[in-house]
Write a protein that binds this ligand. Structure first.
Ligand code: KIV
Ligand code: ZN
Length: 513
């Protein structure tokens, strides 16, 4: 048995399924490049057959990524599998991941298929896929709640057809570590051709045990692939978190005895990029990537850490990519220094025009904020991910008056395509007044589901505020993120960013007729 643990990242597919986390093709490409720098073994880039947008994103990632295997999900039918193969054509290493549900509940209520029909469809799908691609993963959806005897028959059949990885999802996050580990082990023991495939775990976090279950699947069950997402992103309570699994296996190598190909110093940059792109902020006390993960507040701990770090630290902050807040640039920094810093941070902007636009924003920020940190640059570039032509709504100016005891008033000027609007409104606070001013003009009717503000760099009131706004309209949920030293401006930017996402989706639908 191989002693390497394969890290399969599904941030761009299962992670993106989280309502509001949808990403543009450019955003996905940027994250895929960061995943490659992180050296994940497999990047699940999307579900090519699900939409033209997903197809294009998988294709762009397959064309760009050279080191990691690029994978597309596909239902167990010829059309989905052909679309996946088509999107993956340019990949240096490609994988098709096909799935069909095998639990009684899913087969009867969702698929309305008998066991024999599901078995046959799984077999035919893997046979078809294997003719298009050498690397085939098969997942029995809701596998953990499936009848083990039936599951054994399906898995044995798909290995016979050439599946190279077998993934056992705990689709609804129902498993308990010891039981899940034993489940995987018993499948591997019972299936005669089990050793012809790599076994994989895929756990959801509904009971907060996705990481523990995945590790049990590895330790007890003998799985050698873990499916996970950056920051544990994913629908409901999310997926197994990549950073936690990776650091558990690395820190407790004495227990797991497994090697990883991951460059752990890229973990925090990846975490920030995913949080800033999706607007799903990381809780401060989150293991590994939370702002407090390495902060020692109590006097006893601080004293211990100063005397010998390992008194209270089991990992080194720098090993996962935390850099002390460094002043990297200021208002006298030139374009070359800015470009160099982008390179050092592993940020590749698509074109010189994008670099120029980011540099203009950098200069503007440096005029208002004396110290520019890496985090500021990452936020600035995340803002730039909305390319000029996608940016239908743009904030041009904002002023507001607020005085204790008085009702705040805001004036906002923004562009919508080629038109310019000036609008004003009162509100309960300056943020409320600004968003109301925009809404009074556009009358989108979007419902505000979430509003949150975070300081981008800790320890100073000079920090930029990063605002996330989640809107719902017509059954669609989107997040918008905006950053600025002035949180009212950041809020207006975030609101317009969310409206841009709703707008670009509406345009795509209209264009498809
Ligand atoms: O959770 C799940 O069952 C999945 C499969 C499609 C692998 O995401
Ligand atoms: Zn899943």
């Amino acid at each position: 048995m191989s002693d390497k643990l394969i890290i399969f990242d599904t941030t761009l597919r299962d992670g993106e399924q989280s309502p509001g986390a949808s990403m543009t093709r450019e955003e996905k490409l940027r994250i895929a490049r960061q995943l490659e720098r992180l050296r994940v073994d497999v990047i699940e880039a999307g579900f090519a057959a699900s939409s033209n947008g997903d197809f294009e994103a998988v294709k762009a990632i397959a064309d760009a990524i050279k080191e990691s295997t690029v994978c597309s999900l596909a239902r167990a039918n010829d059309r989905d599998i052909s679309r996946a193969a088509e999107a993956l054509k340019g990949a240096r290493r490609a994988r098709i991941h096909t799935f069909i549900a095998t639990s009684e509940l899913h087969m009867e209520k969702k698929l309305r298929m008998t066991r024999e029909q599901v078995l046959e469809q799984a077999r035919l799908a893997v046979r078809f896929a294997r003719n298009l691609c050498a690397d085939i993963e098969f997942s029995p959806e809701d596998g953990y709640r499936s009848d083990p005897d039936f599951l054994c028959r399906v898995l044995e059949a798909v290995i016979d057809e050439g599946a190279t990885t077998l993934n056992i999802p705990d689709t609804v996050g129902y498993a308990i570590p010891e039981l899940y580990g034993n489940f995987i082990r018993s499948l591997r023991e019972r299936i005669p051709n089990a050793d012809k495939a790599i076994w994989s775990v895929h756990c959801h976090n509904d009971l907060g045990m996705a990481v523990a279950n995945s590790l049990a699947g590895v330790k007890i069950g003998g799985a050698r692939q873990v499916e996970c997402t950056i920051n544990g992103l994913g629908e409901r309570a999310g997926n197994c978190s990549l950073e936690e699994v990776v650091m558990a296996v690395k820190t407790r190598r004495d227990y797991f005895g497994l090697d990883l190909g991951i460059d752990t110093t890229q973990i925090v940059p990846a975490s920030r990029m995913v949080a800033q792109t999706t607007g799903f902020v990381v809780q401060p006390n989150k293991a590994v990537v939370g702002a407090n993960a390495f902060a020692h507040a109590s006097g006893i701990h601080q004293d211990g850490v100063l005397k010998a770090r390992d008194t209270y630290e089991i990992m080194r902050a720098e090993d996962v990519g935390w850099s002390a807040n460094k002043i990297v640039l200021g208002k006298l920094s030139g374009r070359n220094a800015f470009k160099q810093r982008l390179q050092d941070l592993g940020i590749e902007l698509e074109s010189e025009a994008e670099v120029n636009a980011a540099f203009v924003r950098f200069k503007d920020l440096a005029d208002r904020k004396s110290e520019i940190f890496d985090e500021d640059i990452l936020a600035l570039v995340a803002d730039e991910s909305v390319t000029q032509e996608q940016e239908h709504y743009r904030l041009l100016a904002l002023s507001q008056q607020s005085e204790m005891g008085e009702r705040p008033h805001a004036r906002v000027t923004f562009a919508a395509g080629t038109q310019e609007f000036r609008t004003e409104a009162d509100g309960n606070g300056p943020v409320d007044a600004s968003l109301k001013a925009i809404e009074s003009q556009l009358q989108t009717g979007a419902e505000l589901l979430l509003y949150s503000v975070n300081a981008i760099t800790s320890g100073s009131t000079e920090s930029q505020g990063e605002v996330t706004v989640r809107l719902q309209l017509g059954g669609r949920v989107v997040n918008g993120v905006g950053a600025d030293p002035d949180i009212v401006v950041a809020s207006a930017k975030a609101y317009l960013a969310a409206l841009n996402k709703l707008h670009s989706k509406a345009e795509r639908v209209a264009a498809q007729g």
